[in-house]
Design a protein around this ligand. Structure first.
Ligand SMILES: Cc1ncc(COP(=O)(O)O)c(C=O)c1O
Length: 214
């Protein structure tokens, strides 16, 4: 390297975030439920006296069956697992009486919601969800640059008739959280079934209620 080159001022520092698309930069991170230890520290409380209702956690502790299965799997940790989850899909398909290819596995259902957004949405396409519905829906849609259509809630729950009216030729996903998080409202199976069967023809192919994400 010549001495002239080495004396050049360093290029202005680049912020790597500037390379991300604007819709990704605009994402506000999802706020997960606060860990009990953090709340105890914050408020000076005993951890044992706190009951956490915010997350899908099991207050009864790890099931002995899950513990045994985890212990049995430890010897295989040096290998990549089967990313397609063949054995688990087969067990789930038998238990629920559905074809194996109808089972989608993810690291939690958030992962499946994000997969659905990546698979079906692009900028210019739309996904519908309700006001006050699960916070991940708008984030998953925004992360792929698609348009989220928020339908006003009815009594804090899903207004399925209004959601049906919001479906357009650009709609690719409709998220229905049932029961809803965070408002706890519940749509009855017959309401969900009526909603699905009222969707435009192509959608009816997937009118199994489990196909409603969330
Ligand atoms: C409606 C809904 N969908 C999905 C999730 C994500 O759950 P997990 O990723 O733990 O399966 C939650 C979590 O609270 C939820 O309330």
């Amino acid at each position: 390297m010549s001495s002239a080159t080495s004396r050049q001022p360093p290029a202005a520092a680049m912020d790597i975030c500037d390379l991300a698309p604007p819709y990704v930069r605009a994402i506000a991170p999802y706020q997960p439920g606060k860990p009990i230890a953090e709340l105890a520290r914050e408020l000076g409380l005993e951890e044992a006296g706190i009951i956490k209702l915010a997350s899908n956690e099991n207050p009864l502790g790890v099931s002995p069956l899950a513990r045994r299965a985890i212990e049995a799997a430890i010897t295989g940790l040096a290998r990549y697992p089967d990313g397609n989850g063949f054995d688990l899909k087969r067990a789930l398909s038998r238990r629920h009486g559905v074809a194996q290819e109808c089972v989608v596995l993810g690291n939690g259902s958030n992962d499946v919601l994000e997969m659905a957004a990546r698979a079906f949405l692009t900028p210019g396409l739309e996904a519908i969800y309700s006001q006050h519905a699960f916070a991940v829906y708008p984030l998953a849609v925004q992360a792929v640059g698609a348009t989220g259509v928020e339908v006003p809630a009815k009594d804090y729950g899903h207004d399925l008739a209004a959601m049906r009216r919001a479906v357009t030729a650009r709609t690719r996903l409709v998220f229905v959280a049932n029961p809803n998080n965070p408002t706890g409202t519940l749509a009855r199976p017959r309401e969900i079934e009526a909603f699905l069967s009222d969707l435009p023809g192509d959608w009816r192919m997937n009118s199994n209620p489990t196909a409603s994400a969330g």
